[in-house]
Design a protein around this ligand. Structure first.
Ligand code: ADP
Ligand code: ADP
Length: 228
């Protein structure tokens, strides 16, 4: 599903690469944690998968496509197959939960009857059926992240990228979000989650890829967080 082959990324004007010689294969249906201290290259890894940036050398292949060679007009289609969630939720303020999730389908031109069927089912899945008409600013952090997750998966993406999704949540709320991510993964979505949350990583015991100064220093099945 995602293959990095000897990937190096050096941002313009930087001496040190953000990623250096990284190789890893993430199979269809896997759940992978990306760990490492701040500045170790986690976000760069995720941005490469989204083709928000390109490798300086090496190859990034997503769903059979070499992103270094991908033409610009194909990028929107690539991104439609990849859901994203972030630490800061990034919901549209002033739009209800239903509208936030529906918007993700409207922008890709899905018909209204589809949207009216799919959105309530997705909100049900994340446990927000009763909050559909609330605004994000009226919700708790955990509820906002559930709404963001609903928006990320309403289009049934093959891949879900999560960048510190529990970073703004207390531990008990984080457990609920992880249960949802686990469910989404069991339903067939490949999940790649960058995190500093050692509790979550140690509880889930999924594959762990650790970066340090841009280098892949550990790739462990049923791994633990493992660094201080
Ligand atoms: P992490 O997500 O693990 O905190 P990043 O991928 O954000 O790591 O950053 C890795 C390195 O690349 C850091 O040294 C960071 O300062 C640098 N970096 C990230 N984005 C840019 C950018 N757009 N331009 C220049 N340097 C960047
Ligand atoms: P895009 O290519 O979609 O504009 P990028 O952030 O990947 O977005 O690239 C910014 C600029 O740098 C573009 O003009 C692009 O052609 C160039 N560029 C980026 N990465 C590479 C690369 N690996 N090889 C050649 N040119 C690159």
């Amino acid at each position: 599903m995602i293959t990095f082959t000897d990937v190096t990324k050096t941002y313009p004007g930087q001496k040190r690469p953000a990623l250096s010689g990284v190789s890893a294969t993430i199979e269809d249906g896997e759940f992978v944690f990306l760990v490492g201290p701040s500045g170790s290259g986690k976000s760069t890894f995720l941005r490469l998968v989204l083709r928000e940036t390109r490798a300086t050398s090496g190859q990034v292949v997503v769903d059979g496509r070499d992103l270094g060679r991908m033409r610009g007009w194909r990028i929107p289609k690539l991104r439609r197959g990849i859901g994203t969630v972030f630490q800061d939720f990034r919901l549209l303020p002033g739009k209800t939960v239903h509208e936030n999730v529906a918007f993700a389908l409207q922008v890709i031109g899905r018909p209204g009857r589809d949207i009216r069927r799919t959105v309530p089912a997705t909100l049900e899945m994340v446990g927000l059926a009763d909050k559909a008409d609330r605004l994000p600013e009226e919700l708790s952090g955990g509820e906002q992240q559930r709404a963001a997750l609903a928006r990320a998966v309403v289009n049934a993406p093959r891949i879900l990228l999560a960048d510190e999704p529990t970073g703004n949540l207390d531990p008990s709320t984080s457990v609920g979000i992880m249960k949802l991510l686990d469910q989404i993964n069991k339903d067939g979505t490949t999940v790649l989650m960058a995190t500093h949350d050692s509790t979550v990583v140690d509880q889930m015991r999924r594959r762990v890829i650790e970066l340090s100064n841009g280098e892949l220093i550990r790739d462990q099945a049923q791994g633990v967080y493992g660094y201080q």
